[in-house]
Design a protein around this ligand. Sequence first.
Ligand code: SF4
Length: 204
Amino acid sequence: MDEKLTYIYEMFPDAKCELDYNTIFQLLIAVSLSAQTTDKRVNQCTPILFEKYKTIKDLADANIEDVKSIIKPIGMTNTKAKNIIEIAKIIHYERKDSITSDVNELLKLPGVGIKTINVLLAEGFKIPAFPVDTHVNRVAKRLKLAYINDDVSDVERKLKKKIPKEQWIQMHHSMIFFGRYFCKAIAPKCQECQLKGKCRVNYK
Ligand code: SF4
C-alpha cells in the first residue's frame, strides 16, 4: 500500500464508525441524518428518536412535526424529517421491514445517495466499499492521491485502486479519523506530521 496510506493506517489502526446505532435500519437513518453535520450532533438526537420510534413502522407512521422537533439540532430539518419518514414507509410497507444491500434498490430511497449506501454496505453489511466523506476527500487531495478537481466518485475509484479490497473498510475509517482529528480542515497538525513535503499544503 502507498506509504502515505500506511502512515494514516498506523496512526489510527482502530478507527471505527462513530455513529451510534443498534440495527441496520438505525444505521441507515443515522447516516441519512449525518449529511452536512457532525456524527456527534447526530448521536445527540438519535437516542431520543429511536426511543420514541422503536420500530420501523413507528417511524413510518410518525408525525413529521414531532420528528422535526427531535432532529432540530441536526439542521436541514424539513428535508431530513420528510426523508427518514418516507424511508421508513418504503421499508415497512413495501419491503416488509427488509433492508437490502442491493445498490439499485437503496438508491430508490429518498435522500439516499452513493455515500450513504457505501457506509451502509461497509458498516452495516461488512461488504467492501469505500465511502468518501468530506474528510476522506480532503485528505486524499492534500496527499496527492487524487486531483484537486476530482469529484467524489473519482476519489473513490482512485483510492480503491491503491488499497487492497480487504482493507477498504478499515482504511476508510482510518482516513476519516486522520482527517477529523489530525489533518483537520482548519489547523492541521503539520508540525507533527511525517507527510510534510509529500502533501499539497504549505505548512509553516
Ligand atoms: S503535512 Fe499537514 S496537511 Fe499535509 S498530510 Fe500532514 S497534517 Fe495533513
